[in-house]
Design a protein around this ligand. Structure first.
Ligand code: F6P
Length: 379
């Protein structure tokens, strides 16, 4: 019998976080289980900072809202936490035991971890150390292993689709190439799916190193039939053939984590296309618009299913697992499978290619569909 549970959110926000929190809270309330939220994710777990969520007004009216009512932590890995000493020197410490002790002292029977690959890696590591974790897969990038879809992704694709629609009309009016850069560091799901839904002419994704001349060919073909405009979608992690992704190294806040940031992929493609075609080209970077604001109906339902399932698993005593959708069915898999080959405790940094992200595979039906209808994938 579980009596007391807590939720934490880690990593970049997405639309759909509050609906997951709401579903967990409502399911808990129905079973008279106390529900709390750690403030700012793993940081809250480390600092033992939490608020009551059940029977609380803050958990009400949040189904349609973006963001997270309990905040989030980015780049916080408690197994390798950046600590600044009083003399200013910096040390990286494994503070996971503090988290384990906090959970024990406060009597939490389960901690729900809402996050992407990095979050679920820590959830699996903390489970091994004795915390009953249950993961819920969150990220706009849709790249968490073992599930067909993460919450937040559908909203991001909708935002990107609307952007493509709007870029289309201005591209046509001014006879321009319009490049839209969307998020997706290692996985091109957003670019691929929004290119299909928005009717773009090319989609450049990290999984397929691109030859810019292939994109030029498409633009020229369109010109020959009187279409002097094109819309090209580029993942932030797109890689030119024989080149590198457009990245920079950032020095980020407390904790440790993802220091490689992506920027400039769309701009690079835009400049090259202008030079090679002689057509004017403009780049729009969609950025954080993809993560904010109200969730789509699809994401509200998916988030609610995930949240209710997570609570059901907790009541059944199934811990160390991730809620997933596989072949359209709601279920769960062990976190051990989600972390893939990265079995060592705290060893692999999340949000990297090595951390077992789910990439677009060449036999995926979206790839086939895109090719069938003539969307250039840069190869
Ligand atoms: O993981 C989701 C994501 O949206 C990536 O596509 C993007 O590179 C990253 O987060 C940026 O996050 P932030 O700037 O908040 O660290």
């Amino acid at each position: 019998m579980i009596k007391k549970v807590a939720i934490l959110v880690n990593g970049g926000d997405v639309s759909g976080l509050n609906p997951v929190i709401r579903a967990i809270v409502r399911t808990a309330e129905n079973k008279n289980i106390e529900c709390y939220g750690f403030i700012d994710g793993y940081k809250g777990l480390l600092e033992n900072n939490y608020v009551r969520l059940d029977k609380s007004p803050i958990s009400s009216g949040i189904l349609q809202t973006g963001g997270s009512i309990i905040g989030s932590s980015t780049n916080t890995i408690v197994f390798n936490y950046k600590v600044t000493n009083p003399d200013g020197s910096v040390e990286y410490k494994d503070l996971s035991d503090v988290c384990v002790q906090n959970v024990k002292d406060d009597g939490f029977d389960c901690v729900f971890t809402l996050g992407g690959d990095s979050t679920q890696k820590s959830a699996r590591d903390l489970f091994i150390k004795g915390i009953n974790t249950i993961g819920v897969p969150k990220t706009i990038d849709n790249d968490v292993a073992c599930t067909d879809i993460t919450f937040g992704y559908n909203t991001a694709v909708s935002v990107a689709t609307e952007a493509i629609d709007r870029l289309h009309t201005t591209a046509e009016t001014h006879h321009r190439i319009m490049v839209l850069e969307v998020m997706g560091r290692f996985a091109g799901w957003i670019a691929l799916e929004s290119a299909i839904s928005g009717g773009a002419d090319a989609a450049l994704i990290p999984e397929i190193p691109y030859d810019i001349n292939k994109v030029v060919e498409v633009i020229e073909r369109r010109r020959k039939i009187g279409k002097e405009f094109s819309v090209i979608v580029v993942s932030e992690g797109a890689i030119p053939k024989d080149g590198e992704a457009s990245t920079f190294t950032a020095d980020i806040g407390s904790g440790t984590g993802i220091t490689t940031k992506f920027a400039g992929a769309g701009d690079r493609v835009s400049k090259e296309l202008q030079q090679l075609t002689g057509l004017e080209s403009r780049c729009t970077t969609l950025g954080y618009m993809q993560r904010g604001g109200t969730p789509t109906a699809y994401d509200r339902v998916l988030s609610t299913k995930y949240g209710a399932k997570a609570m059901e698993l907790a009541m059944e005593g199934k811990f160390g697992v991730l809620t997933v959708i596989q072949n359209g069915h709601l279920g769960y898999v062990p976190l051990e499978e989600v972390v893939g080959e990265n079995k060592e405790l705290g060893a692999v940094e999340g949000g990297t290619k090595e951390s077992n992200v789910r990439l677009v595979t060449m036999d995926h039906e979206l790839v086939k569909t895109a090719r069938d209808i003539g969307i250039c994938l840069g190869d």
